[in-house]
Structures are given as structure tokens and as C-alpha cells.
Design a protein. Structure first.
Length: 215
């Protein structure tokens, strides 16, 4: 049984998951907690009288409110996402267990909240793997098909609806396969974009772009 967070890490880099499992420290940093908490305060954050200057947002207050307004306009489930019936729900599926930050009803769906920055469309692979894992676990528990999930990037006020497409399920499946296979350090990536921000890069020994520029 894998943790949702481990599958997200496996989708990012299996070697990173190896380090993470070996270290055994799954503490969520305070900055991540603060950013995630924004996803539970949308009605307040949309209020034009609310001062956003001290909030941990990654864009200007004007852009932030514009993004929230777009999400509200675009998403049928906005009201449920802004006032979720169930929050921080522990789900246990056939292959994975973990926390879904929001569980919505009618139709049944999960939402996972990321402290990071969103891609231009959809969600990054780690959040996709985590969202599919949570949706599959909810489906397993409720014995009802769950057809989509949401990924929220609350530091930007961005919310993405993810139908559980074949491609997204394949990302999840690959993450499970990678996590199942870990019994020693997997090969390093040769991917500056992922290695540069990785907290294990020194231990890992990759030569990142930022290090190369110093050499
Ligand atoms: S530095 Fe790169 S290869 Fe090494 S664990 Fe991190 S992401 Fe993976």
C-alpha cells in the first residue's frame, strides 16, 4: 500500500522517492501548509475589502482575484470547492492511501491541493498521480466510479479540473510501478528542470545547471 505523497514523488523522480523513503521524514514544511491553507479560504480571499498583501500568494492581489473569478466562472463545482462538505479526508484504496484535501458530492470527486506553481494547462505529473490515486481510493471506498478530480494551486488562485483520462491513469500506473520497484537507488534523471529544485541533489550527485554555471 503506497502513500499518495509517495506516488506523487515517484511520478517526479523514482530516485527522489528512494531518498525520501530512506529518510522517513514526511513532515510538511510550514510554507507549504500556509500556502495550502489558502484553498480553504476562497470566499474570504475573493472579498475586495480583504487585504491580500500579507497572504502567501505568488501573484499580485489583482491577478489573484482575477484567477479566482475565472475559476468560479468556469467550474460547476466552484461552490463545493469553496465550501467543501468534507476536508482532509483519509482515503484508503486498493493500492494507495492518503489524504484527499477535499471530497465533493454530487458528483463524487476529490480535490488535492498543491503549494506549488501551476503549469499552463492541467496539472504536473506529481499532482496528476496524486489526484488519480485519491480518486481511485474514493471510488474503491464508495463503490462508485469517480470520473474526475480537481487540483488546486491556491497560491495562484488556480483550480484545474482533471477528467481521469487514459493518459492520466497511465501516469498513476507508472508511479505505482516505480514505487513497487524500489529496492535500491534508481537511476538518476538527466533533467535540470527537475533536479535543480530537488532537495536531494547534493546527495544524489547530479550536476545541475546552477552548479555547472559555477564551474
Ligand atoms: S537530483 Fe534529480 S535525479 Fe537526483 S533525486 Fe533529485 S530529481 Fe532525482
Amino acid at each position: 500500500m503506497h502513500a499518495f505523497s509517495d506516488l506523487a514523488t515517484a511520478a517526479y523522480c523514482p530516485r527522489k522517492l528512494y531518498y525520501r523513503l530512506r529518510e522517513g521524514d514526511h513532515t510538511v514544511p510550514e510554507t507549504v501548509r500556509e500556502r495550502r491553507s489558502l484553498a480553504f479560504r476562497y470566499p474570504e480571499l475573493r472579498d475586495p475589502d480583504d487585504d491580500l498583501s500579507r497572504e502567501p500568494i505568488a501573484v499580485t492581489p489583482t491577478q489573484y482575484r482575477t484567477n479566482l473569478a475565472c475559476a468560479r466562472e468556469r467550474l460547476d463545482a466552484w461552490d463545493a470547492l469553496a465550501n467543501p462538505p468534507r476536508t482532509n479526508v483519509l482515503l484508503e484504496g486498493r493500492e494507495a492511501r492518503g489524504i484527499a484535501h477535499k471530497v465533493l458530492e454530487d458528483p463524487l470527486a476529490v480535490s488535492v491541493v498543491s503549494a506549488g506553481d501551476p503549469p499552463d494547462e492541467g496539472a504536473w505529473r506529481p499532482q496528476t498521480a496524486r489526484a488519480v490515486a485519491a480518486a481511485k481510493a474514493l471510488s474503491w471506498e464508495e463503490e462508485v466510479e469517480v470520473g474526475h478530480a480537481y487540483v488546486e494551486y491556491p497560491a495562484h488562485g488556480v483550480v484545474r479540473k482533471l477528467p481521469l483520462s487514459t493518459r492520466r491513469k497511465a501516469i498513476y500506473r507508472e508511479a505505482v510501478t516505480r514505487a513497487d520497484a524500489i529496492d535500491g537507488p534508481p537511476a538518476r534523471l538527466s533533467d535540470d528542470a527537475r533536479c535543480d529544485p530537488c532537495e536531494y541533489r547534493e546527495e544524489c550527485g547530479v550536476t545541475t545547471r546552477s552548479l555547472r554555471s559555477l564551474l
